[in-house]
Write a protein that binds this ligand. Structure first.
Ligand code: ZN
Length: 494
């Protein structure tokens, strides 16, 4: 059998195992009865073991190298190089360390849940120490002598240099702080969107919006889960979930639009290439750009609600007397707050800058774990002007460190930055974007994203994508300009 065929056969096996793992995990979060947990943990671990075995088979490396060097199309050679990176990553970390990380993160997750509930940082501190030490060892195995943060960042945002990330964040932070200061000083009163909202009606409305933005129901589903997420088993089977609040209609709705943006990316990957390693999203940052573009930059905009508010009011008579202006201001309330996942578009980036600085110092050993709460609280005060009353609403709020996800946080902010730059490029080509959005026509934008971002899969890096689609590498001023214009108008800043 020729090497390309052999590569294809083996890549497909890996893709199938990944899909099976994703399907079992989706089921675990949505449908599985509680007693299924124990056997499910074993099923997942068996499949993960099989995946690792197949990934590190020397025969796979041999055909992967052949395809990387002699691939006749960019799909082949890029698939080869992507898989080669994954194989090398898996091969250079000793099995004992992989198992130790898996065991520790699973225990640390439960310790974190309890410590957060009890507002007890001391109970979780030893786990932070342990996880950061293990991840430091992992980074050392993968790139001895390199910057460990850069090595770990590569898992989520491949090929982004930490120096570039640092310069982006230090450019973004002062302009976000300055904008926040002006908004707070303006003191515009904002009302909450309150009422009684029946979950079935919320779901029906969410489905209508998803249909309009181009979600393909023959290749996807919407279900409920405690933590909303999107999971693609293949481009023709993409699942999203949400949860409903009976008093707040916006929470589930923006969650649905957010996950819908992720889903459009997954559904937009070229299905005929499914199984090839390059038929995947480029990075978490680019994935997040798709969700945030739809959720915030389109979904929280005035043109979007020009079309959708009358429909929302029809579905929920409690909102009948809301004007468009009042509604758009309400869904764009800017206010320093303690919790990242509830933060608005302006303060969100400051939450990320804080986490980046802290996890970088922790990983480098420059910040002792016992000083973590005060370092956190001091930065909250410096960037947002508020101080958490306890660690549950401070340093203990996010699950990421307990799960060993170090270097992950920056991708959330990168998503916002990529989204603004991509949308600016789309605006340049789709002259009547706001007009189309106000009329409920989303097809032109979706098709633009499909052609320019989704269909290329992973045949280019994030920076190659930005260069080819927008004409320049990552430039945070697009996002800052967008925020200053939007919130300048909303809050009537001069
Ligand atoms: Zn997301």
């Amino acid at each position: 059998m020729d090497k390309v065929q052999e590569f294809e056969r083996r890549s497909f096996e890996l893709a199938d195992l990944k899909s099976a793992l994703a399907a079992l995990s989706w089921d675990q979060e949505t449908m599985m009865p509680s007693r299924g947990a124990e056997p499910r943990a074993r099923q997942l671990s068996t499949l993960a073991g099989l995946y690792h075995e197949k990934l590190t088979d020397p025969a796979l490396l041999d055909v992967t190298e052949a395809v990387t060097e002699n691939g006749s199309t960019s799909w082949e050679s890029r698939s080869g190089s992507e898989l080669k990176r994954e194989i090398e990553k898996a091969a250079c970390v000793p099995r004992s360390l992989v198992e130790e990380i898996a065991r520790s993160t699973s225990l640390a997750y439960h310790a974190w849940v309890e410590a957060r509930a009890a507002d007890d940082f001391g109970a979780f501190a030893p786990w932070i120490e342990k996880i950061f030490s293990l991840k430091r060892q992992e980074a050392h195995c993968r790139s001895a002598g390199g910057d460990p943060y850069e090595t770990l960042l590569d898992d989520y945002e491949p090929e982004l240099a930490v120096a570039e990330l640092e310069s982006v964040l230090s450019f973004v932070q002062p302009r976000l702080s300055a904008l926040l200061e002006r908004i707070v000083a303006a003191g515009r009163p904002v009302t909450d969107v309150e009422g009684s909202f029946e979950p079935t009606a919320q779901e029906a409305f969410g489905r209508e919006v998803l249909t309009a933005i181009g979600f393909d129901w023959e290749s996807g589903r919407l279900d409920r889960s405690p933590h909303p997420f999107c999971s693609g088993f293949s481009p023709s089977d993409v699942r999203i979930t949400t949860r409903y609040s009976e008093t707040d209609v916006t929470s589930a709705l923006f969650g649905i639009i957010h996950e819908g943006g992720h889903a459009l990316y997954e559904q937009g990957l070229p299905v005929e290439r499914f199984g090839w390693p390059a038929c995947e999203a480029i990075s978490l940052g680019i994935h997040e750009s798709q969700s945030r573009l739809w959720e915030n930059q389109i979904g929280r905009g005035r043109p979007f609600w020009t079309f959708w508010l009358p429909r929302l009011q029809e579905a929920f008579p409690d909102l009948a007397d809301w004007s468009l202006d009042r509604f758009v201001l309400a869904i764009n309330r800017v206010e320093p707050s303690l919790i990242r996942v509830e933060a608005d578009e302006v303060t969100y980036g400051l939450h990320i800058v804080l986490r980046f600085e802290i996890e970088r110092a922790l990983l480098a050993g420059d910040l002792p774990v016992e000083d973590l709460p005060s370092a956190w609280n001091d930065r909250m005060e410096a960037y947002l002007g508020i101080r958490p009353p306890g660690d549950a609403d401070g340093v203990l709020q996010d699950t990421h460190w307990s799960q060993g996800l170090i270097g992950y946080f920056p991708t959330y902010l990168l998503g916002n930055l990529y989204a603004a730059q991509l949308l600016a490029a789309a605006r340049g080509e789709l002259v009547d974007l706001d007009e189309a959005t106000s009329a409920g026509r989303f097809r032109p934008l979706r098709e633009w994203l499909r052609d320019n971002v989704h269909r290329a899969g992973r045949t280019q890096t994030a920076s190659e994508l930005m260069e080819s689609v927008t004409g320049s590498s990552l430039d945070p001023s697009f996002f800052l300009d967008y925020l200053e214009e939007k919130f300048g108008a909303l809050y009537e800043l001069d």
